[in-house]
Ligand binder design. Sequence first.
Ligand SMILES: CC/C=C/CC(=O)SCCNC(=O)CCNC(=O)[C@H](O)C(C)(C)COP(=O)(O)OP(=O)(O)OC[C@H]1O[C@@H](n2cnc3c(N)ncnc32)[C@H](O)[C@@H]1OP(=O)(O)O
Length: 719
Amino acid sequence: MALYTRVSGSVGVITLQNPPVNALSAAVRQGIVDMMDRALSEPEVKSVVICGQNGKFCGGADIKEFGTNMSGPALIPLIDRIESAAKPVVAAIEGIALGGGLELALGCHYRIAHSKAKLGLPEVSLGLLPGAGGTQRLPRLISIPAALELITTGRHVTAAEALQLGIVDKVTDRNTLDEAVKFALSVAGKSLDLHRISTNPCPHPPDVDAVFETAMQRVRQRARGALAPVACVQAVRAAATLPYAHGMERERELFKGLFTSGQARALQYYFFAQRAVGRWSTPGGARWDTSKPRPVRRAAVIGLGTMGRGITVALAQAGLSVVAVETNEKQLTEAKQGVSDMLERGARRRGVPPALDKVIYSHKIQAVADVDLVIEAVFEDMELKKAIFQQLSALCKPGTFLCTNTSGLDIDELAAQTQNPELVVGMHFFAPAHVMKLLEVVYGQKSSPQAVATAMQIGSKIGKVSVAVGNCRGFVGNRILKPYLEQAFFLLEEGATPELVDKVLEEFGFAMGVFRMSDLSGLDVGWRVRKAIGLVAPEALTGPYARVREGHRYSPLGDLLCEQVRFGQKTGRGWYQYDKPGGRVAKPDPWLHRFLEEYRAQHGLVARRIDHQEVLDRCLYALINEGFRILEDGIAAGPEDIDVIYVLGYGWPQHRGGPMFYAGMVGLNKVLERLEHYHQVHPDVPNLQPCSLLRKLVASGSPPINKWREVIKKPHSQL
Ligand SMILES: CC/C=C/CC(=O)SCCNC(=O)CCNC(=O)[C@H](O)C(C)(C)COP(=O)(O)OP(=O)(O)OC[C@H]1O[C@@H](n2cnc3c(N)ncnc32)[C@H](O)[C@@H]1OP(=O)(O)O
């Protein structure tokens, strides 16, 4: 909807009304058309202002309308109508002008923004391009290189940057509508010729071809198979090379191709999934809307290794006071320097003072006595963690929440060490903790709704996307990772190389293949966990039991590499070789290829040719199958939780929506059929046995992903 008022006698004000972000729904578009007609037809009205209600100009097209039968006036002619109006039209931008919202503003003759406003064309992150003239008007307004950067990244800019770039004409700290009305009065009757952006030529840099070539190379490198960034470059190129009307045709053609693509569906699903995880619930009945968090003013971090330092930085940067505890004096000295450096670097990047005074360091655990919440981030060792939780329970003031950054140990076992297990939750950060957006908040059997709500709130306060998950080995992310890694190892045993497996996964869109990722994070991490749970054989077994654990197939390849101190990048050798310890560039290692050949010979394995499809099927379907088990076990409340965790924490390509969404796209029938096939070939790999929820979904007619929860909740199998 849009509201029309007349102010100061001669200014028609059109207010977009569609909470929460004044998205351009059919009703809003119709409202703009009607109100523009009215303003242009009233002889007393000399100029027009367009604004949005509740301090938000416009969040763009209504994404919920995509995929429906879109009715109502189209946006392009609506914007053209504004631009060609004989009376000046001023956009009064408060809060946000994003996507179609900014395109609407670019159709206006002038733009006034509040200093706190954010502007951008983020369509690329929804698998689209700015399809209402944005790719044609923005380069004409701010130059090709600047427009390319904004459109291909989807980055939001501040009002100050928008002014500097020339997107807005004026920035104000005062009431934006009042300023816009004043401005509209001042420009009434003046020529609009220079202010109709589409009629202006597109300024060319001298090396225009090189600019586009570089942009294309950059997006292809970054996009990892995503279509939208490439189409964005092509559309801007049309602005540079074609007259406006033809450029618009090209924009429309490229937009149409994207709009119906699977990638756009995946990215739009992912947009809503990121928001859906905030509406968490637990099987015990705790919910986001009924569980009240407790305020946390002071927090403590125990253990200042890599994770503890990152967590300290994340908390301090969000304005929380942090007591940072490290009992090892040398480590404490290093941590002080490391944390200060990170805070200073972050502050420089954000143009704010560093939050150095937010952190107090101590080598005594007693320093946590007065805090509201503790995050333990010591070494992944259950006995050590148990001892710390016993101490914390005795030391902390009543009501202090006790959180652990374990990546997979049993939360209930830790809670059992304390007097108040209801105060214990997991807060599983991902490295580097001050950078990675994901936080798994793990509730145990006894965690109170308030403890979960508080951890979730701290997560959003420090800028994380927090996902509430149940307690099991590895929680959601690392539990799903296990069968994926396992398949990759088995493929090596059967004849593949790390290079082949990584190539296939990187072509699929993963940021890094499984072996390069393992080299980066360190092979010793998993080895230590496997040793702790008794999976690593005491000495190199050569007999039939070397590749069997608890009756199932097991690959000791990772253990054997660790025995050779091949821990990955840190030791300069792992699944690949590096020029030095700490080196980053992975090179194929002839030693490893020989080692694999000898290993196969030793175990009577005959190498076979493994094709790309098998690598993809086995790695991904094993992972997806575990995802269904997680849903079945109630460890994740819905597929969105798993997908958000996997995209944000494990490099799953966003344009494929997440593993569960991908399963739906491929077809649950097909996933089931392939798993049945591979399980038949490898009966000693239980992870390949299709889980009963997958069977149940297929038996229920493979409903769309937004209906899965209904099937999960049904108590009786439909088989
Ligand atoms: C041919 C024309 C083509 C045009 C292309 C486009 O315009 S595509 C749309 C481009 N716009 C965007 O990509 C903006 C998307 N929204 C955001 O980035 C953020 O929501 C925000 C606007 C920056 C606000 O962020 P904030 O953190 O304050 O709130 P939420 O993200 O939680 O959002 C609040 C609720 O609003 C819903 N919502 C947001 N934007 C839209 C939208 N464009 N259409 C429909 N709904 C939108 C969002 O889903 C939240 O609702 P929930 O019910 O909680 O999901």
